[in-house]
Design a protein around this ligand. Structure first.
Ligand code: AMP
Length: 187
């Protein structure tokens, strides 16, 4: 089963992805984690993207799409993908459709974690203490939220009319959001 978790930064996509990985024996596909890994390993991509990421800006579609190609075409992960943080632009959504068609796959569920700005700020400030991420200070959070509104929220229109699109209340506690997802998945 392939699933997209969609929503603003701090919506809880990563947390829910980790639950689903356990329940379904699937793989989490976090472009944020993949990009942070490139920075940690100081690769050519890592050197190119570090300033973008620390400033809360999006990494170029071309880079993210090329990382994604490897994942979608990896036969050991076929039909077991939990997308967390991808797609984030219309270009990426179109690219994902193409990659899935070419690899004979589909998206089974799209979950939109709908969260308000106050909850996002609270959650990211907590995460800042726990994970010490370079892009979790208040200014950067607000920038990332603005980028989400401008660039990512149009992706909602791309998905929201699809039959397998489900809108969830992402302001609830982690367990309650998880229950909503399991109810839709009948797990
Ligand atoms: P995340 O861990 O998903 O919150 O992502 C952290 C940062 O990584 C974002 O603020 C972007 O700078 C970058 N990033 C992650 N996913 C994408 C994506 N799909 N497209 C562009 N940039 C991304």
């Amino acid at each position: 089963m392939n699933i997209i978790l969609f929503g603003p930064p701090g919506a809880g996509k990563g947390t829910q992805a980790k639950f689903l990985v356990k329940i379904l024996d699937n793989f989490q596909v976090s472009t944020g984690d993949m990009l942070r890994d490139e920075i940690k390993k100081d690769t050519d991509i890592g050197k190119k993207i570090i300033s973008y990421m620390n400033e809360g800006k999006f990494v170029e579609d071309e880079i993210v799409n090329s990382l994604m190609k490897k994942v979608v075409f990896d036969s050991s992960r076929k039909g077991k993908l939990i997308f967390d943080g991808y797609p984030r632009t219309i270009e990426q959504a179109k690219n994902l459709d193409l990659l899935l068609t070419e690899s004979n796959q589909q998206i089974d569920f799209i979950f939109f974690l709908n969260v308000n700005k106050e909850t996002i700020i609270k959650r990211i400030e907590k995460r800042k203490v726990e994970e010490k991420r370079g892009d979790d200070d208040l200014d950067t959070i607000l920038k990332r939220y603005d980028t989400y509104l401008k660039t990512t929220s149009p992706v909602l229109d791309y998905y929201s009319s699809k039959q397998n699109f489900y809108k969830l209340n992402g302001n609830l506690e982690i367990d309650q959001i998880n229950k909503q997802i399991r109810d839709f998945l009948k797990l």
